[in-house]
Design a protein around this ligand. Sequence first.
Ligand code: ATP
Length: 343
Amino acid sequence: MAVIETRAITKRFGDGPAAVDGIDLASADGEFLVLLGPSGCGKTTLLRMIGGLEPPTSGDVLIGGRVVTGLPPRARKIAMVFQSYALYPHMSVYNNIAFPLKAAKLPKAEQEKKVAWAAGILGIDPYLQRKPRQLSGGQRQRVALARALVRDPNVFLLDEPLSNLDAQRRASARDELQGFQRQIGTTTIYVTHDQVEAMGMGDRIAVINQGTIRQLGTPREIYDEPADTFVATFLGSPPMNLVPRDDLLIGFRPEQFSPAAGASGAFTTFPFHVHREEYLGAERLVYGETGPTKVVARFPITADVPVETGRTYEFAVPDGDLKIFDAASGLRRPGGAPKLVLR
Ligand code: ATP
């Protein structure tokens, strides 16, 4: 096991803005750390620099406290699994998993033991004689993980390994992958652009945009206490509502926005002109406007909130749930909502 650290790591491709712009990041030992961000934000480049596949323009990578910046991937004791899995199609599952052990010239009996162990952990023992094309996407992913696992890595680097799976398989693969990581306790860095994956699996999430970390925290911290409007709107579906007031943006989640008549404690009201409703089975989304600003309310389907399209209602948000951002910088302002700005 090992802690992974980057120090002011930067990557420039040509003259454009840096793909990764001076990122300082440190995992905890055994942590499942997710790099989350939109396409092109630099998360794969960051992972590739940690793995030694991409030389940084400047800055350092440390694994287990040791600077590894100049070392090739194999000297870093890391295992990487990418979206494509890159299994050898002509080899059996057994030989795919044993491949790195053969390359390391491990005695045959040792190889067999290790393959059996990894296949057992990942539940792929029944498929060892098959070829990759005879497996489902999820099974292939497990073979790729098993092949990474037999090398006893200090660190796992995973780049969108579930993106080839359909929605249902993805949910169970998420579950398996997290269970597997907990079992082996190997520090893992996991790249994804999918907030559900990030929220569901990460011990902590680093939210990345334009080559920089906007916030690093637990899923709850990132969701409940976003550091800026990028994080506030990147997580959550639908995202946080942001209502302009003077030089501020007042943020609140759709699930915190409900009829004022039912509100208790200190709250702030907003007129809500309803445009449209969506029934999503377990919940209901109500789209509308407060003043000129589009906002959304979310109710569990069990909540009895009768609203009609075309009408305006008085809605409210508990004051403790309001997040105040600076409109110019997008950064969160400390403290709660200043009452006077809301009219
Ligand atoms: P995605 O989710 O789409 O894979 P990402 O967040 O992983 O995106 P990166 O692949 O790290 O993003 O790319 C970050 C930026 O660096 C992008 O603007 C990309 O076009 C650029 N980039 C990445 N690799 C290269 C390269 N080899 N040469 C030039 N530019 C590159």
